[in-house]
Design a protein around this ligand. Structure first.
Ligand code: NAG
Ligand code: NAG
Ligand code: NAG
Ligand code: NAG
Ligand code: NAG
Ligand code: NAG
Ligand code: ZN
Length: 490
């Protein structure tokens, strides 16, 4: 007994030393708002294999900072790299998403050195995470509160406004006063051209896709769906999530809730509402966002978290890979070769306008097939350019079709300088699709050393923080060794 207690004590000491000293192991618990900030700061300080950027994008109603973090291994100025975001805890009492995002971040940085798929993903994608959009509501919510609205909104008592009703609406004028959290996310979206996104919720298990809003309300008991011109893409994205989630695709019924066939639903077909975040993402920014309901209980016990993480891990990974299915390109002046940043873009037959970035870049997620993109830029002749989005089998890495669209100036040359026409006829709408290195070939395996000593040459700028390499592996290894030692000796 004495001996046993002695061993147990030593084991505890080793464990504590191990966890505190050598490990940034993320524990399965709910991190409160100050702990979340600490975890994110420690994460940036201890990540060296990939670039991290932590940013306060604004403050909540109660002036709690909203922390967003970027993870990528892509070079700073590479064109065509898609931006993805995951937002957790927009409803303060739906807490699982906060911790799922932290675990996903931890998973990505650990696997970067071990798994070429993850390495490829981070090499070619910019991933952004906002673990909580509603720290106010979270602060008044409690573990075990499975249902109800308490803590759902922002503000002192989590009862001011529902942030997922607070965005400009596609069909209606949203008169609800815009909240600081909403403004922060809208500004974030103005700066970064997100192309794929998800908001994590609880209270059901389903992948919900736009529109939530309807042109006209009906009093029918069964709501008709409100479909976007990109319904095929949204349905595909929702299906990718549901099918890779351990249970969602089976159609999980929560309490007296609905059974969703295949684990997916159109928002309005479930229940329509205005001012939602996903509709705004799509209609204003061309960012495909899903509302992912990932647990029946809104704020389950922390002991449920490991299991909830396992359920969502592959789904999240497969989902973010979808940012590479579609088209990207750049609009350039055919004579000056300078980017054209003001234009209305549409995929022919899909009545939804989108816009290029200040670099003239654009992205659009599309299923395999033949398409045409229409470009209307002031001062240039309109262009319709064809392109193909290729199919990728499940074991292949997807790759965006890359276009370079040269636009011909339509203004009559008046200055003597401009009278000399370019020697060669500018090619309008020529398909300059480029094949990427990854296309159709398996990636080369990286040499991977068990203790994770592989390091990417750091070309990061000062704004990316550097720090110590986490050594989760050696922590784990030493724990096992200690355990074996104790088992043998005692
Ligand atoms: C978070 O929890 C820690 C300890 O568990 C506590 O000291 C701190 O005050 C809490 N912070 C908030 C914002 O609740
Ligand atoms: C973060 O690091 C600081 C300083 O190393 C430490 O005091 C703190 O406990 C760490 N917090 C978390 C949540 O890991
Ligand atoms: C992270 O590193 C910065 C700069 O090295 C330091 O100021 C800060 O205290 C560190 N934070 C934590 C939580 O360790
Ligand atoms: C790499 O990760 C992907 C996605 O998680 C997984 O399907 C694949 O089996 C992993 N490969 C290896 C070699 O572990
Ligand atoms: C990721 O980028 C690094 C640095 O450029 C490179 O060495 C590595 O081979 C890339 N990995 C994959 C799987 O593309
Ligand atoms: C395109 O969509 C807009 C806005 O929903 C609508 O006003 C317009 O009539 C549509 N045009 C076509 C050709 O369907
Ligand atoms: Zn919700």
């Amino acid at each position: 007994m004495v001996c046993g207690n002695f061993g147990g004590l030593w084991f505890d000491v080793f464990l504590i030393v191990c966890v505190v000293r050598t490990c940034t192991c993320l524990t399965f618990k709910y991190h409160n708002n100050s702990e979340l900030e600490q975890v994110l700061k420690n994460f940036t300080n201890t990540t060296t294999n990939i670039k991290t950027r932590l940013e306060n994008i604004g403050n909540s109603f109660n002036r709690i900072p909203l922390w967003a973090i970027e993870l990528t291994a892509a070079e700073e100025n590479t064109l065509g790299v898609p931006n993805i975001k995951l937002i957790g805890n927009i409803h303060g009492n739906e807490a699982v998403g906060r911790e799922i995002i932290l675990n996903f971040m931890e998973y990505l940085r650990t696997e970067y050195d071990r798994n070429t798929t993850i390495q490829w993903l981070l090499n070619n994608t910019r991933m952004h995470f906002l673990p909580t959009m509603n720290p106010d509501g979270f602060a008044v919510s409690h573990e075990g509160m499975c249902s109800g609205e308490y803590g759902r909104n922002n503000g002192k008592q989590g009862d001011v406004e529902d942030l997922n009703r607070n965005f400009p609406d596609f069909f209606h004028d949203n008169k609800i006063p815009r909240q600081p959290e909403t403004v922060a996310v809208m500004r974030w979206m103005d700066r970064i051209p997100f192309i794929l996104s998800a908001g994590l919720h609880g209270g059901a298990v389903v992948a919900n896709y736009p529109f939530d809003t309807v042109k006209e309300e009906t009093s029918k008991p069964i709501n008709p769906p409100s479909l976007t011109p990109d319904d095929d893409v949204f349905r595909h994205l929702a299906t990718v999530y549901a099918n890779n989630h351990l249970t969602m695709h089976k159609g999980v019924i929560c309490d007296n809730g609905k059974k969703f066939k295949g684990g997916i639903t159109n928002g309005a077909a479930w229940y329509p509402f205005s001012g939602g975040m996903q509709d705004f993402n799509y209609a204003k920014h061309g960012c495909m966002e899903l509302t992912l309901e990932i647990s029946c209980c809104k704020f389950p016990r922390a002991s449920e978290l490991p299991h909830l993480w396992e359920e969502n891990k592959m789904a999240l990974l497969r989902y973010v890979m979808e940012a590479h299915r579609g088209v990207t390109g750049q609009l350039l002046d055919s004579v000056t070769n300078l980017p054209v940043s003001k234009a209305n873009l549409q995929i022919y037959g899909r009545n939804m306008t989108f816009h290029p970035t200040k670099n003239g870049e654009f992205w659009r997620l599309l299923l395999p097939g033949e398409y045409q993109i229409q470009v209307d830029a002031p001062g240039y002749y309109s262009t319709l350019q064809g392109f193909t989005v290729r199919n990728f089998s499940a074991d292949q890495l997807p790759s965006l079709t890359k276009l370079k669209i040269l636009l011909l100036n339509s203004t009559i040359p008046t200055t003597p300088k401009a009278e000399t026409p370019p020697s060669s006829t500018p090619t309008i709408g020529r398909d300059l699709r480029e094949t990427t290195a990854e296309e159709g070939q398996t990636t080369t395996l990286l040499e991977f050393n068990l203790l994770g000593h592989f390091q990417r040459s750091a070309d990061s700028k000062s704004e990316y923080s550097k720090g110590l390499k986490p050594d989760i592996f050696s922590c784990f290894l030493s724990m096992i060794i200690i355990e074996i030692f104790l088992f043998v000796v005692l």
